[in-house]
Design a protein around this ligand. Structure first.
Ligand code: SF4
Length: 285
C-alpha cells in the first residue's frame, strides 16, 4: 500500500492533533496571551510532544476543529454556564476543566478521523460501509442512521413503524410488512420511535454508491458516513439527554474494515498518544 492517500493517512495517525492541542491549551490557560490566536502566533516553527515532532504547529492548530469559546469559558472561570455536562461511569459530573478537555478532544479527534477514514477508504477503493451484509453473513441487514435533515438526500418515503423500543432497528426484527420481515424487503428508510435509518439488506448497496465504488453525494453525505470505521468515542451522548455525555475515552475501530486490520499497531500507538483505550470490534457478523 503506497498511494499518496495511504501515506497521508499514516502521517495523520503518527502526528495526532490532540496531544499538540492539549499542550497549547495548557500553555494558553497559564500564559499572558489574551486570545488563542495570539498564542498560536507565538509558537515556534517546530514543537515536540511525547517524541512526536510537529512542524508548523501554528498552522496545524489554526485549522483544528474545536470550539474555542469553551476555552474562553475556562479562562474566565465563569462556572461552566452553557457548557454540556459530562459524567463518568459512577454518574459523577466532571469538573469544568475536565469537561472542556473531554469536549474538545472529542471534536478534535472526530474531525481528524473523518479525514483519516476518507484517505484510507479512497486508497483501498473500499465501500464496505455502503453495502449490506454478504448473502452468507449471519447479520440480516446493515443500518445507516439518518438525521431528519438528511432524509432529502434519499428518494425513499420513510416507512412509519409502530416500533417503540429504541433508536435502532436491531431489536425490531418482529416488524413485518405484508407478513414479511422488513429486513427481507428491498432497501428502504424506516422511521423508528427515536429516529430514521436506511436499511441495507443482504447483498444490497446504498443507492448513492456508483459502479466505481464512489459516493455520488460525497460532499453532502450523511454524518454517519463521515466516520465509518475508526470512531472517536471519547464521549457518548446519553439517550433522551442531549446535553449530557458519558466519558468513554475510547477509540473504536471496526475490524470488518480491511485497513483497520492492516493498521492495528498504528492504531494502538495513536490511541496511546491520544490517551484513550483502543477497542477493536466487528460490525457485520
Ligand atoms: S451516502 Fe454515500 S457514503 Fe453514505 S452509504 Fe451511501 S454511498 Fe456510502
Amino acid at each position: 500500500m503506497n498511494s499518496a492517500e495511504w501515506k497521508a493517512g499514516l502521517h495523520h495517525l503518527k502526528h495526532p492533533l490532540w496531544p499538540l492541542t492539549k499542550l497549547c491549551i495548557l500553555l494558553y490557560l497559564t500564559s499572558p496571551y489574551e486570545t488563542w490566536e495570539e498564542l498560536l502566533q507565538a509558537l515556534p516553527p517546530e514543537l515536540s510532544v511525547d517524541e512526536t515532532i510537529y512542524e508548523d504547529p501554528a498552522s496545524k492548530l489554526t485549522h483544528v476543529h474545536m470550539n474555542t469559546q469553551w476555552l474562553g469559558l475556562l479562562r474566565q472561570g465563569s462556572g461552566g454556564n452553557g457548557l454540556p455536562v459530562v459524567i463518568n461511569e459512577g454518574n459523577d459530573t466532571l469538573d469544568m476543566f475536565s469537561t472542556v478537555l473531554c469536549l474538545l478532544k472529542q471534536q478534535v479527534m472526530e474531525a481528524e478521523l473523518e479525514t483519516v477514514n476518507s484517505l484510507f477508504c479512497a486508497s483501498m477503493k473500499c465501500a464496505l460501509c455502503c453495502k449490506g451484509p454478504e448473502p452468507d453473513a449471519v447479520q440480516e441487514f446493515f443500518e445507516i442512521p439518518l438525521q431528519p435533515q438528511e432524509l432529502s438526500l434519499f428518494a425513499f418515503q420513510p416507512i412509519e413503524t409502530p416500533f417503540q423500543g429504541g433508536f435502532d432497528a436491531c431489536s425490531a426484527d418482529i416488524f413485518q410488512i405484508d407478513e414479511r420481515p422488513f429486513h427481507l424487503l428491498p432497501p428502504a428508510v424506516y422511521h423508528w420511535r427515536h429516529g430514521y435509518s436506511l436499511i441495507l439488506t443482504k447483498g444490497a448497496s446504498c443507492p448513492h454508491l456508483t459502479g466505481n465504488m464512489r459516493c455520488n453525494i460525497y460532499e453532502k453525505r450523511p454524518n454517519v458516513c463521515r466516520k465509518p470505521q475508526i470512531f472517536a468515542y471519547v464521549l457518548e451522548q446519553q439517550p433522551d439527554k442531549p446535553h449530557v455525555s458519558l466519558e468513554r475515552d475510547t477509540l473504536l475501530a471496526i475490524t470488518d474494515c480491511p485497513y483497520v486490520r492492516l493498521l492495528e499497531k498504528e492504531l494502538e500507538r495513536y490511541a496511546v498518544l491520544n490517551e484513550v483505550t483502543l477497542m477493536l470490534k466487528p460490525n457485520k457478523a
